[in-house]
Design a protein around this ligand. Structure first.
Ligand code: FAD
Length: 371
């Protein structure tokens, strides 16, 4: 016997959790299906100053301020980009106020707890297996420790970059630029001033940050070797590569390889669906549009799109037939503005304009690889 909901949210990352909290607080009977059994380490720990208005809007600013174990104010961005000098963008001079550095697993745990407090049901360890259209909405089957069946009037795809619901429903994922990140993490004493550090190099760029619990993250971004699966993308040794940097090697104390708590190669380019909503469904966060991390827009887009999608879902259920198309048009407009800004930002680095990575980013080349 299937349980019946207004909204099924597939994926319980930041986007799914905020969508569920918003939908529940709008009075919609909501359930979240998350494949992982608990929040796990994911890269993405800087909430840029531009996130502050949306954090305020969804009631998260005060929560973060009261949870030093989850978030701390960022000192700002320290960068070696576009020239030999190291520049500092002080967080406290930002028009929107300083950004945050989060402990990503705890942040996701907190967002999940808020969704449940707002009235949503939440299932960990439940992966979507099949979805089909019925007379009065959707029927979803899941796999996991216990297989379940859910009926819903509307389904929200919050599965991140795979966009697995929207793609099953016929949407196409269009890759604008591909890029991979070699990511390592380890634990150290929390640093006093939480700077996010960014540095460009001949074949890509670097990023590092230090989370509230002392978790340190270092990522090197570079060209993706085409359409290969993530698992087959070669990991390069960051211990050797960091020696050629200027800023990173002076601010990051990379421990011996055996002390690393996490190592992964992940996709980190720009990609978006050809349409972010259709009859009875919407995609949010990275599922709708995934942003290059240099933009620091991923988490703000996850939260803002989740809030907008939950409101559109409520309006659609109440009879506003164009609510989902209007949401999709808004996502498309956001992504267009982002792409212009991205190209302009990469063009501020001119030292290696003839190297393949920079040539591609300066040209804003489209790489439709279907991922
Ligand atoms: C290297 C790197 C660094 C980044 N740094 C930053 C940063 O500093 N600041 C920033 O703002 N952004 C950053 N980002 C981007 C940011 O992490 C993402 O934008 C953000 O995670 C998007 O949230 P989401 O909820 O849409 O997707 P996700 O966080 O990917 O969550 C999707 C969830 O769906 C679940 N799921 C997937 N498939 C299924 C299924 N079939 N059934 C059930 N559940 C499923 C997954 O388990 C996952 O928990 C970075 C990204 C990368 C790759």
């Amino acid at each position: 016997m299937a349980k019946r909901y207004d909204v099924v949210v597939v994926g319980g990352g930041p986007a799914g959790a905020v969508a569920a909290a918003t939908a529940s607080s709008l009075g919609l009977r909501t359930v979240v299906l998350e494949a992982a059994t608990e929040p796990r380490l994911k890269p993405g720990e800087a909430l840029a100053p531009e996130c502050n208005p949306i954090l305020e809007r969804v009631g998260l600013s005060a929560v973060l301020a009261s949870r030093p174990d989850v978030a701390r104010r960022s000192a700002g961005i320290r960068s070696a980009w576009g020239g030999g000098e190291i520049s500092y963008r002080d967080g406290f001079r930002e028009p929107f106020g300083a950004g945050w550095i989060i402990d990503r697993s705890r942040f996701e745990q907190l967002l999940s707890a808020r969704a449940v407090e707002a009235g949503a049901e939440w299932f960990w360890g439940m992966r979507l297996r099949a979805i089909e259209r019925g007379d009065d909405g959707w029927r979803l089957d899941t796999s996991g420790p216990a297989a379940h069946r859910f009926d819903a009037r509307i389904v929200i795809d919050a599965t991140g970059r795979p966009a697995s619901v929207a793609r099953r429903l016929g949407a196409r994922r269009i890759q604008y630029q591909s890029q991979i990140a070699n990511v390592v993490a380890w634990t150290a004493q929390p640093v006093e001033a939480a700077w996010v550090s960014v540095e460009s190099g001949p074949d890509g760029w670097w990023y590092s940050a230090s989370a509230p619990n002392g978790s340190q993250l270092l990522a090197q971004f570079r060209d993706s070797p085409g359409v290969q699966a993530v698992a087959s993308k070669p990991r390069i040794d960051l211990h050797d590569a960091i020696a050629a940097t200027r800023l990173m090697r002076s601010v990051v104390a990379l421990p011996p390889r055996e002390a690393l708590t996490h190592q992964a190669v992940v996709s980190a380019g720009s990609a978006a669906l050809d349409h972010a909503a259709g009859e009875g469904w919407l995609a949010i966060g990275d599922a709708a549009a995934a942003f290059d991390p240099i933009s620091s827009q991923g988490l703000s887009n996850a939260i803002a799109s989740a809030e907008a999608a939950a409101t559109a879902a409520r309006n659609w259920i109440e009879g506003s037939s164009d609510a989902l198309d209007a949401y999709a048009a808004r996502m498309a407009a956001t992504y267009d503005v982002y792409r212009d800004g991205l190209r302009a930002h990469y063009r501020t680095e001119t030292r290696w304009r003839d190297r393949p990575f920079w040539r591609r980013h300066h040209n804003g080349r489209t790489a439709d690889e279907g991922r």
